[in-house]
Design a protein around this ligand. Structure first.
Ligand code: KIV
Length: 289
Protein backbone atom coordinates (compact mmCIF):
# COMPACT_ATOMS: atom_id res chain seq x y z
CA UNK A 1 0.00 0.00 0.00
CA UNK A 2 1.24 3.52 -0.71
CA UNK A 3 0.70 6.37 1.71
CA UNK A 4 2.20 9.87 1.88
CA UNK A 5 3.06 9.52 5.59
CA UNK A 6 4.95 6.61 7.07
CA UNK A 7 2.74 4.32 9.16
CA UNK A 8 4.60 2.55 12.00
CA UNK A 9 3.71 -0.85 13.49
CA UNK A 10 1.44 -1.71 10.61
CA UNK A 11 -0.77 1.28 11.45
CA UNK A 12 -3.28 1.61 8.69
CA UNK A 13 -3.75 4.65 6.49
CA UNK A 14 -7.16 6.28 7.00
CA UNK A 15 -8.51 5.26 3.61
CA UNK A 16 -7.61 2.42 1.31
CA UNK A 17 -5.83 3.73 -1.81
CA UNK A 18 -7.56 1.13 -3.93
CA UNK A 19 -11.02 1.06 -2.38
CA UNK A 20 -12.89 1.88 -5.52
CA UNK A 21 -15.40 -0.94 -5.52
CA UNK A 22 -18.83 -0.91 -3.94
CA UNK A 23 -19.22 -2.90 -0.70
CA UNK A 24 -19.50 -6.61 -1.39
CA UNK A 25 -22.99 -7.83 -0.47
CA UNK A 26 -25.08 -10.93 -1.18
CA UNK A 27 -26.76 -9.28 -4.21
CA UNK A 28 -23.32 -8.30 -5.56
CA UNK A 29 -22.05 -11.86 -5.08
CA UNK A 30 -25.14 -13.14 -6.93
CA UNK A 31 -24.41 -10.71 -9.80
CA UNK A 32 -20.81 -11.92 -9.96
CA UNK A 33 -22.02 -15.50 -10.16
CA UNK A 34 -24.52 -14.63 -12.90
CA UNK A 35 -21.87 -13.03 -15.07
CA UNK A 36 -19.44 -15.89 -14.43
CA UNK A 37 -16.98 -13.88 -12.34
CA UNK A 38 -15.19 -16.04 -9.79
CA UNK A 39 -15.53 -15.11 -6.11
CA UNK A 40 -12.25 -14.68 -4.21
CA UNK A 41 -11.91 -15.45 -0.53
CA UNK A 42 -8.96 -15.53 1.85
CA UNK A 43 -8.75 -16.04 5.57
CA UNK A 44 -7.52 -13.18 7.74
CA UNK A 45 -7.35 -12.91 11.48
CA UNK A 46 -6.13 -9.41 12.26
CA UNK A 47 -6.66 -5.79 11.24
CA UNK A 48 -3.60 -5.25 9.06
CA UNK A 49 -3.74 -8.42 6.96
CA UNK A 50 -7.50 -7.95 6.53
CA UNK A 51 -6.96 -4.40 5.29
CA UNK A 52 -4.27 -5.56 2.85
CA UNK A 53 -6.55 -8.33 1.55
CA UNK A 54 -9.32 -5.79 1.07
CA UNK A 55 -6.95 -3.43 -0.72
CA UNK A 56 -5.97 -6.33 -3.03
CA UNK A 57 -9.62 -6.70 -3.99
CA UNK A 58 -10.33 -9.98 -2.20
CA UNK A 59 -14.14 -10.25 -2.25
CA UNK A 60 -14.69 -12.19 0.98
CA UNK A 61 -12.60 -12.44 4.13
CA UNK A 62 -13.11 -15.53 6.25
CA UNK A 63 -12.17 -15.16 9.90
CA UNK A 64 -11.65 -18.89 9.97
CA UNK A 65 -11.20 -21.05 13.03
CA UNK A 66 -8.01 -22.15 11.27
CA UNK A 67 -6.64 -19.31 13.41
CA UNK A 68 -6.45 -21.92 16.16
CA UNK A 69 -3.71 -23.63 14.18
CA UNK A 70 -1.94 -20.69 12.51
CA UNK A 71 -2.23 -18.11 15.33
CA UNK A 72 -2.73 -20.09 18.54
CA UNK A 73 -0.50 -23.07 17.79
CA UNK A 74 -3.20 -25.68 18.37
CA UNK A 75 -2.93 -29.03 16.59
CA UNK A 76 -6.50 -28.82 15.26
CA UNK A 77 -9.34 -26.27 15.19
CA UNK A 78 -11.26 -28.15 17.89
CA UNK A 79 -9.94 -26.05 20.79
CA UNK A 80 -10.94 -22.62 19.43
CA UNK A 81 -13.43 -20.72 21.61
CA UNK A 82 -16.24 -18.37 20.64
CA UNK A 83 -14.55 -15.59 22.63
CA UNK A 84 -11.39 -16.01 20.53
CA UNK A 85 -13.47 -15.88 17.33
CA UNK A 86 -15.20 -12.72 18.58
CA UNK A 87 -11.82 -11.06 19.32
CA UNK A 88 -10.40 -11.85 15.86
CA UNK A 89 -13.64 -10.95 14.05
CA UNK A 90 -13.65 -7.55 15.76
CA UNK A 91 -9.99 -7.03 14.83
CA UNK A 92 -10.64 -7.85 11.16
CA UNK A 93 -13.72 -5.63 11.06
CA UNK A 94 -11.79 -2.70 12.59
CA UNK A 95 -9.03 -3.17 10.01
CA UNK A 96 -11.54 -3.10 7.16
CA UNK A 97 -13.34 -0.07 8.61
CA UNK A 98 -10.07 1.84 9.09
CA UNK A 99 -9.39 1.63 5.36
CA UNK A 100 -13.04 2.14 4.45
CA UNK A 101 -12.86 -1.35 3.02
CA UNK A 102 -15.54 -3.23 1.17
CA UNK A 103 -14.97 -6.97 1.67
CA UNK A 104 -17.72 -9.35 2.82
CA UNK A 105 -16.74 -10.73 6.22
CA UNK A 106 -17.54 -14.26 7.35
CA UNK A 107 -17.18 -15.35 10.98
CA UNK A 108 -16.57 -19.05 11.62
CA UNK A 109 -18.62 -20.69 14.37
CA UNK A 110 -16.14 -22.80 16.34
CA UNK A 111 -16.55 -26.40 17.49
CA UNK A 112 -19.07 -26.85 20.30
CA UNK A 113 -20.89 -23.55 19.77
CA UNK A 114 -23.71 -24.71 17.45
CA UNK A 115 -24.07 -28.50 17.81
CA UNK A 116 -26.21 -28.53 20.97
CA UNK A 117 -29.34 -26.83 19.61
CA UNK A 118 -30.56 -24.31 17.07
CA UNK A 119 -30.91 -21.81 19.92
CA UNK A 120 -27.28 -22.30 20.91
CA UNK A 121 -26.29 -21.73 17.28
CA UNK A 122 -28.34 -18.52 17.18
CA UNK A 123 -26.73 -17.20 20.38
CA UNK A 124 -23.25 -17.98 19.03
CA UNK A 125 -24.01 -16.50 15.61
CA UNK A 126 -25.27 -13.32 17.30
CA UNK A 127 -21.88 -12.90 19.00
CA UNK A 128 -20.05 -12.96 15.64
CA UNK A 129 -22.65 -10.81 13.87
CA UNK A 130 -22.44 -8.23 16.67
CA UNK A 131 -18.65 -8.34 16.30
CA UNK A 132 -19.23 -7.13 12.73
CA UNK A 133 -19.41 -10.29 10.60
CA UNK A 134 -21.81 -10.20 7.65
CA UNK A 135 -22.29 -13.97 7.59
CA UNK A 136 -21.47 -16.98 9.76
CA UNK A 137 -20.03 -20.31 8.66
CA UNK A 138 -20.68 -23.71 10.17
CA UNK A 139 -19.47 -27.18 9.24
CA UNK A 140 -21.33 -30.31 8.23
CA UNK A 141 -24.51 -31.52 6.56
CA UNK A 142 -27.53 -33.53 7.69
CA UNK A 143 -28.48 -32.25 11.14
CA UNK A 144 -27.02 -28.79 10.38
CA UNK A 145 -29.69 -28.21 7.71
CA UNK A 146 -32.35 -27.22 10.23
CA UNK A 147 -29.85 -25.06 12.09
CA UNK A 148 -29.03 -23.24 8.85
CA UNK A 149 -32.76 -22.70 8.16
CA UNK A 150 -33.27 -21.39 11.72
CA UNK A 151 -30.45 -18.84 11.36
CA UNK A 152 -31.40 -17.75 7.83
CA UNK A 153 -35.05 -17.25 8.84
CA UNK A 154 -33.76 -14.95 11.58
CA UNK A 155 -31.78 -12.79 9.19
CA UNK A 156 -28.33 -14.34 9.50
CA UNK A 157 -26.67 -15.23 6.18
CA UNK A 158 -25.02 -18.64 6.40
CA UNK A 159 -22.07 -20.26 4.65
CA UNK A 160 -22.08 -24.04 4.99
CA UNK A 161 -18.99 -26.28 4.74
CA UNK A 162 -18.89 -29.85 3.39
CA UNK A 163 -16.20 -32.32 2.40
CA UNK A 164 -13.21 -32.23 4.71
CA UNK A 165 -14.65 -30.49 7.75
CA UNK A 166 -11.66 -29.77 10.01
CA UNK A 167 -13.68 -29.63 13.24
CA UNK A 168 -14.53 -33.32 12.76
CA UNK A 169 -11.06 -34.36 11.63
CA UNK A 170 -10.87 -36.95 14.41
CA UNK A 171 -14.12 -38.57 13.26
CA UNK A 172 -12.98 -38.45 9.62
CA UNK A 173 -9.66 -40.10 10.46
CA UNK A 174 -7.41 -37.34 9.13
CA UNK A 175 -7.18 -34.68 6.44
CA UNK A 176 -8.38 -36.81 3.53
CA UNK A 177 -10.31 -36.27 0.31
CA UNK A 178 -14.06 -36.63 0.89
CA UNK A 179 -16.93 -37.51 -1.46
CA UNK A 180 -15.25 -40.33 -3.35
CA UNK A 181 -17.20 -43.42 -4.40
CA UNK A 182 -20.39 -44.14 -2.46
CA UNK A 183 -20.06 -41.09 -0.22
CA UNK A 184 -20.56 -38.77 -3.24
CA UNK A 185 -24.32 -39.27 -3.10
CA UNK A 186 -24.53 -38.32 0.56
CA UNK A 187 -22.56 -35.15 -0.19
CA UNK A 188 -24.89 -34.30 -3.11
CA UNK A 189 -27.99 -34.70 -0.94
CA UNK A 190 -26.51 -32.67 1.91
CA UNK A 191 -25.51 -29.84 -0.44
CA UNK A 192 -28.96 -29.63 -2.03
CA UNK A 193 -30.63 -29.65 1.40
CA UNK A 194 -28.36 -26.84 2.59
CA UNK A 195 -29.29 -24.73 -0.44
CA UNK A 196 -32.99 -25.40 0.25
CA UNK A 197 -32.48 -24.36 3.86
CA UNK A 198 -31.15 -21.00 2.64
CA UNK A 199 -27.37 -21.32 2.82
CA UNK A 200 -26.06 -18.76 0.35
CA UNK A 201 -22.48 -20.09 0.27
CA UNK A 202 -20.93 -23.52 0.61
CA UNK A 203 -17.26 -24.21 1.18
CA UNK A 204 -16.25 -27.49 -0.48
CA UNK A 205 -12.97 -28.69 0.99
CA UNK A 206 -10.94 -31.55 -0.50
CA UNK A 207 -13.77 -32.76 -2.72
CA UNK A 208 -13.02 -34.31 -6.16
CA UNK A 209 -13.04 -31.63 -8.89
CA UNK A 210 -15.69 -33.38 -10.99
CA UNK A 211 -18.12 -33.63 -8.07
CA UNK A 212 -17.53 -29.98 -7.06
CA UNK A 213 -18.19 -28.80 -10.63
CA UNK A 214 -21.37 -30.88 -10.76
CA UNK A 215 -22.56 -29.47 -7.42
CA UNK A 216 -21.83 -25.92 -8.56
CA UNK A 217 -24.22 -26.37 -11.50
CA UNK A 218 -26.82 -27.96 -9.20
CA UNK A 219 -26.65 -25.07 -6.69
CA UNK A 220 -27.51 -21.81 -8.47
CA UNK A 221 -28.58 -20.08 -5.22
CA UNK A 222 -25.68 -21.27 -3.08
CA UNK A 223 -22.20 -20.21 -4.20
CA UNK A 224 -19.67 -23.01 -3.94
CA UNK A 225 -16.26 -21.90 -2.68
CA UNK A 226 -13.58 -24.49 -3.25
CA UNK A 227 -10.43 -25.33 -1.33
CA UNK A 228 -8.88 -28.37 -2.91
CA UNK A 229 -12.04 -28.80 -5.00
CA UNK A 230 -10.84 -27.86 -8.47
CA UNK A 231 -11.60 -24.89 -10.69
CA UNK A 232 -15.27 -25.65 -11.37
CA UNK A 233 -16.58 -23.93 -8.21
CA UNK A 234 -18.09 -20.44 -8.06
CA UNK A 235 -15.12 -19.20 -6.04
CA UNK A 236 -11.96 -20.15 -4.18
CA UNK A 237 -10.62 -19.82 -0.66
CA UNK A 238 -7.16 -20.39 0.81
CA UNK A 239 -5.76 -20.01 4.28
CA UNK A 240 -3.69 -16.82 4.11
CA UNK A 241 -0.58 -18.25 5.78
CA UNK A 242 -0.51 -21.13 3.27
CA UNK A 243 -0.77 -18.90 0.19
CA UNK A 244 1.93 -16.60 1.56
CA UNK A 245 4.26 -19.55 2.15
CA UNK A 246 4.26 -18.99 5.94
CA UNK A 247 4.35 -22.68 6.66
CA UNK A 248 7.33 -24.70 7.87
CA UNK A 249 5.65 -27.94 6.95
CA UNK A 250 4.65 -29.30 3.56
CA UNK A 251 1.81 -27.35 1.99
CA UNK A 252 -1.20 -29.43 0.96
CA UNK A 253 -1.44 -30.21 -2.76
CA UNK A 254 -4.22 -27.65 -3.28
CA UNK A 255 -2.10 -24.68 -2.15
CA UNK A 256 -0.05 -22.40 -4.41
CA UNK A 257 2.53 -20.11 -2.81
CA UNK A 258 1.59 -16.71 -4.23
CA UNK A 259 4.61 -14.97 -2.61
CA UNK A 260 6.84 -16.57 -5.24
CA UNK A 261 8.09 -13.76 -7.48
CA UNK A 262 6.32 -11.03 -5.47
CA UNK A 263 7.80 -8.29 -3.28
CA UNK A 264 5.00 -7.79 -0.78
CA UNK A 265 1.96 -9.40 0.76
CA UNK A 266 -0.21 -6.95 -1.18
CA UNK A 267 1.37 -8.10 -4.46
CA UNK A 268 0.90 -11.76 -3.52
CA UNK A 269 -2.77 -11.19 -2.72
CA UNK A 270 -3.24 -9.22 -5.95
CA UNK A 271 -1.71 -12.20 -7.81
CA UNK A 272 -4.11 -14.57 -6.05
CA UNK A 273 -7.13 -12.43 -6.99
CA UNK A 274 -5.94 -12.25 -10.62
CA UNK A 275 -5.31 -15.99 -10.83
CA UNK A 276 -8.70 -16.94 -9.39
CA UNK A 277 -10.56 -14.42 -11.52
CA UNK A 278 -8.82 -15.46 -14.76
CA UNK A 279 -9.23 -19.17 -13.94
CA UNK A 280 -5.51 -19.99 -13.83
CA UNK A 281 -5.77 -21.02 -10.16
CA UNK A 282 -6.49 -23.70 -9.23
CA UNK A 283 -5.10 -25.91 -11.97
CA UNK A 284 -6.99 -29.21 -11.78
CA UNK A 285 -3.90 -31.12 -12.89
CA UNK A 286 -1.88 -29.79 -9.93
CA UNK A 287 -4.21 -28.69 -7.15
CA UNK A 288 -7.17 -31.06 -7.24
CA UNK A 289 -8.27 -34.69 -7.15
O1 KIV B 1 -11.22 -22.10 9.15
C1 KIV B 1 -10.89 -21.96 7.97
O2 KIV B 1 -9.96 -21.26 7.62
C2 KIV B 1 -11.68 -22.65 6.97
C3 KIV B 1 -11.12 -22.71 5.58
C4 KIV B 1 -10.13 -23.81 5.49
C5 KIV B 1 -12.20 -22.83 4.55
O3 KIV B 1 -12.70 -23.19 7.26
Amino acid sequence: MTSSTATPYGTLPPASPVATRKPVSLPRLNEMRERGEKITMLTAYDATFAAVADAAGVDCILVGDSLGMVCQGLTSTVGVSLETMRYHTESVVRGIQRVQGTAWIIGDLPFGTYQESREQALRSANVLMQAGAHMVKLEGGGWTTETVRFLVERGIPVCAHLGLTPQTVHALGGYRVQGRGDSADKLRQEALALQDAGASMLVLEMVPAALSAELTLALPRCHTIGIGAGHGTAGQVLVMHDMLGVNLGKNPKFVRNFMTGQNSVLEAMLAYVRAVKDGSFPDNALHAW
